[in-house]
Write a new protein. Sequence first.
Length: 69
Amino acid sequence: MESATPREPFTQPEEGALELIQQLEQDRAWLLEQIDRGRWSDFRLDLAALERELGQLLRRAAEQRPAER
């Protein structure tokens, strides 16, 4: 079985953190959209709580990131 091509290493740790935060924000938006469309209705409350917690985590992570130079 072939593995996916590995990502190239980040040149700066800050760039990697920023890219990760942006990807997680996109994933969070997708999750919220799916919840709003009625997907996984049996898990709606749990997924909504997870989405809120992820949003809080991402806000804290963005605040902890060093200021742009």
